[in-house]
Design a protein around this ligand. Structure first.
Ligand code: OAD
Length: 258
């Protein structure tokens, strides 16, 4: 067994005070492309042209056509994968307090995670730019681009565009959680977008062990994170869960239901 997997499983069992920060990499196995790297969205389109709030204000139809319509198609029918499921199990067993996700796909909640902070908002709802009405995405008529509210205003997803603030309650709660956690699992994020990329640094400054799970090194590797477990999120998290099973069995703990 990978020694780093073992160390991480032991830390989760001992501290019972871990938080996960997730990014697009955890949803790749669910068929949702990442933003950066091979096959990433930003390889094909310039984020400043389509993901900045000023770009949306200037030309909402273009942003819906080039980015949002495609995102909606990827998200429709996407199902949680092993990575999401393991994080939900860890929360259920009391080894993980919360998930802070940069993803807008709702897959952590679909897998059963209960305490999920959607740092960059959610695509599950659309908000009218004029009257502010919030409507569940499946109830919005997306055959017309840009989609419009009954008041005539244009709908935007309830997520954070570049150039916008992180909702203050998400920012505050995330910072409180990481300031108190003993282990931070950083899963499937390039850790290049701020302020989310600050979260591992805050955890480290507060004395937490910072564990990266990613097939590739990131700017955190060797500087902020204690170590990188190199591999896909589903595969590595599955190994960590199996190791927790083994530790529980060796301790004579009641068998887990899974
Ligand atoms: P990125 O697309 O920047 O990074 C995806 C990360 O996932 C990379 O580090 C990959 O190496 C890694 N990865 C690839 N396959 C993986 C796998 N099977 N398991 C685990 N990791 C894997 O995504 P984010 O870091 O989430 O913001 O991007 C951060 C923000 O940039 C997004 O929330 C979005 C974007 O622009 C906004 O739109 C505001």
């Amino acid at each position: 067994m990978n020694a780093l997997v073992r160390q991480t499983a032991e830390a989760l069992v001992q501290t019972r005070n871990a938080v996960a920060l997730t990014g697009a990499g955890i949803s790749i196995d669910s068929g949702i492309p990442p933003f950066r790297g091979p096959g990433g969205l930003w390889e094909r389109i310039d984020p400043l042209e389509v993901a900045h709030i000023e770009a949306f204000r200037r030309d909402p139809e273009k942003v819906w056509q080039l980015l949002l319509k495609g995102m909606q198609e990827f998200l429709t029918g996407a199902r949680p994968n092993a990575g999401h499921t393991v994080l939900a199990r860890l929360e259920e067993w009391g080894y993980l307090r919360s998930v802070i996700t940069q993803n807008v796909d709702g897959l952590h909640q679909a897998a059963g995670s209960r305490d999920v902070i959607e740092y960059h908002g959610t695509f599950a709802y659309q908000r009218c730019m004029d009257c502010g009405r919030r409507t569940a995405t499946p109830r919005v008529d997306l055959s017309r681009i840009p989609p419009r509210c009954d008041c005539g205003g244009i709908y935007r997803p309830d997520c954070v565009f570049f150039g916008e603030m992180i909702p203050p309650q998400h920012l505050e709660r995330s910072h409180q959680l990481v300031a108190r956690c003993d282990v931070l699992l950083v899963v499937g994020t390039s850790a290049t977008v701020y302020p989310a990329a600050m979260i591992p640094m805050l955890a480290k400054e507060s004395g937490a062990r910072v564990v990266e799970i990613n097939p590739e090194p990131t700017p955190l590797t060797g500087r902020v994170s204690d170590y990188l477990i190199q591999g896909g999120a589903g595969e590595v998290l599955d190994d960590i869960l199996a190791c927790i099973h083994a530790i529980r069995d060796a301790d004579g703990a009641a068998p887990s239901p899974y």
